[in-house]
Design a protein around this ligand. Structure first.
Ligand code: GLY
Length: 353
């Protein structure tokens, strides 16, 4: 088993191994205070693994409640958020009890925000079941729901008390869901460079344990320095400002991973056409996205992408912090005006290299 310790406003462990869901009680027992656990999951995860989790907790005389949302980004909404808080109150969940976020980024973000706000904060255990959640959303304490105006517009920084990452759960992931996580892993490869970037030339599944471990350590190191996203944590948004805009424009029919891949290539093209990186760097990024079969066409006009970005929570009045690529392993934060951004996107989209 690999272990990563995060020392942020809360100190917690991330455990990474295969076949640990069936033994989970032994790992979480030391951090449990109350005897109620409220699991928030989606219908697909529940069908596959719900009983493995609930039966062993019940065997340990824990009172288990479960709230199942439909799989998909549309469930990360304020109606589900309020419904869950009400249900927890009706069930008598107290401040000493725990929430388990069981699933991908959607149950993880929603359950995290519930845990952050129910009775001003109760214990939270993240059990990611997708590659994307394992390497990104379950770690670092960003919790949120989407509003009609955009993704993650209401949320809180709220660190989990433990993250249990069972890599065996990733065996049953549909190819497109696994691929979503690959886009985040490629993001880490561009941010941190080698050894992870070159490792990505081989299928991620072959080296999943070491890749997940490396990505989590990269994120841990950044979060420890800037938990509240004031400076270097923004590097983790590489490709994401454009990705969120594309997701919003598509009504969330383009998946997060596909949108991140489009965002990474467009930002690489912006970085090249603005003179931040060489053509060789752009080519390496194009090639690695090709290896995973991503459709990197931005699919929307630059004007539409720019106006969707205006809705993005990361804008600061008329400026936005854009993450640009100087080299594989070297990215920078550049304060960019919205009008410059519009021109930069246009120039990058006009580029045919
Ligand atoms: N997903 C980006 C971050 O956690 O900061």
């Amino acid at each position: 088993m690999k272990k990563v310790v995060v020392k942020s406003s809360k100190k917690y462990e991330i455990l990474i191994d295969r076949d640990i869901l069936s033994k989970i009680y032994g790992y979480i027992n030391p951090i449990l205070k109350g005897n109620h656990i409220y699991i928030i999951t989606d219908d697909i995860v529940d069908r596959l693994y719900g009983s493995v989790l609930t039966s062993q907790l019940k065997n340990e005389n824990i009172i288990v409640y479960k709230y199942i949302i439909p799989n998909g980004e549309k469930s990360k909404n304020s109606d589900n958020y309020i419904a869950i808080l009400n249900d927890m109150a009706v069930k008598g969940i107290s401040r000493t009890d725990s929430v388990i976020a069981f699933g991908g980024g959607v149950p993880g973000d929603l359950a995290g925000f519930v845990a952050a706000t129910y009775q001003r904060g109760i214990s939270l255990i993240q059990i990611p079941t997708t590659l994307l959640a394992a390497v990104d959303s379950s770690v670092g304490g960003k919790t949120a729901i989407d509003l009609k105006q955009g993704k993650n517009l209401a949320g809180a920084f709220y660190q989990p008390d433990m993250v249990i990452c069972d890599l065996s759960l990733m065996n049953t992931l549909p190819d497109d869901v696994f691929k979503d996580g690959c886009a985040e892993v490629i993001k880490y490869g561009i941010l941190a460079g080698n050894p992870i970037f070159d490792q990505l030339k081989n299928p991620i599944k072959k080296n999943i344990e070491s890749i997940v471990y490396r990505c989590i350590k990269i994120k841990r190191d950044i979060v420890q320095k800037d938990e509240k996203d004031k400076n270097i944590r923004q590097l983790l948004n590489l490709g994401h400002t454009i990705a969120h805009a594309i997701e919003l424009l598509s009504g969330y029919t383009v998946s997060h991973g596909e949108a991140v891949a489009k965002g990474l290539l467009l930002i690489a093209k912006i970085s090249y056409t603005q003179g931040f990186c060489s053509k060789a760097v752009l080519d390496r990024i194009t090639d690695i996205l090709d290896v995973y079969g991503f459709d990197t066409d931005p699919i929307y006009k630059e004007k539409d992408i720019a106006s969707a970005i205006i809705m993005d929570k990361k804008r600061n009045n008329e400026y936005i912090n854009l993450i640009l690529i100087e080299d594989i392993g070297k990215c920078v934060i550049k304060k960019t005006s919205m009008s410059d951004l519009n021109n930069m996107i246009q120039k990058a989209m006009d580029y045919r290299g």
